[in-house]
Design a protein around this ligand. Structure first.
Ligand code: SAH
Length: 200
């Protein structure tokens, strides 16, 4: 049994370092700490985290996986980007959690787990990157928590259904960096949907 409140979880996650040099081309953006805490808390309530093996695919600076570890998960982070991993390692040390870190492509990872938690590329810069992550997630775990742009909702639902997964979901808003430099504000709000996919 893990004894940490949702507020305490959010506080630890908000203290973690974010991307130092955000690479928009591989769709790097940190899940906001409040949202990460909310998603992890919901996952915990469903029994998907504590004492479960948990994979964070495209872990970035590690916020989701570190949060899962704080809630009692046996966590592995998978990330391709060296700079992000350096930050993830520091964050793991700072949060005092025991987490396995794997440098590599999500596509090449093959160890199964109980639960996947991920905020994957939305596939707007790297075409179909969202599908590659979903394919991998569905091949590795019976329970998958993931976030996608709400504009892709019908596609995501039918894609999951084809893979044999049913979904529950809730909406959220995140701030994403603009891809064009002529925009006055550096970020824009984007509607996303948080999913829990399960294989019955
Ligand atoms: N999960 C983190 C980061 C989300 S950004 C968070 O919630 O804050 C998506 C991450 O996926 C980036 O760090 C990017 O480098 C990584 N990524 C993109 N394509 C990848 C791939 N094919 N294999 C591994 N990591 C990938």
């Amino acid at each position: 049994m893990i004894e940490i409140s949702k507020g305490a979880l959010a506080k630890v996650l908000s203290s973690l370092q974010k991307f130092a040099n955000q690479k928009v081309s591989v769709e790097q953006y940190s899940t906001p700490s409040e949202l990460a805490a909310e998603v992890l808390w919901q996952a915990q309530l469903q029994g998907d985290i504590d004492e479960k093996t948990v994979l964070d695919l495209g872990a970035g600076t590690g916020i989701l996986g570190i949060g899962a570890a704080l809630l009692g998960g046996k966590v592995t982070l998978i990330e391709q980007d060296e700079e992000a991993l350096e930050i993830a390692k520091r964050n793991v040390t700072q949060a005092k959690v025991d987490v396995k870190i794997v440098k590599g492509l999500v596509e090449d990872y093959a160890e199964k787990a109980d639960t996947i938690i991920m905020n994957p590329p939305f596939g707007t810069k790297q075409i179909h990157a969202d599908r590659a992550f979903l394919d991998k997630a569905f091949s590795l775990a019976p329970v998958v928590w993931s976030m996608h742009k709400t504009s892709t909702h019908p596609f995501i639902l039918s894609y999951a259904k084809e893979a044999g997964y049913s979904a529950t979901f809730f909406p959220a808003v995140i701030q994403l960096p603009h891809s064009q430099s002529f925009h006055k504000k550096p970020v824009k709000p984007v509607e996303i949907t948080v999913y829990r996919f399960i294989r019955p």
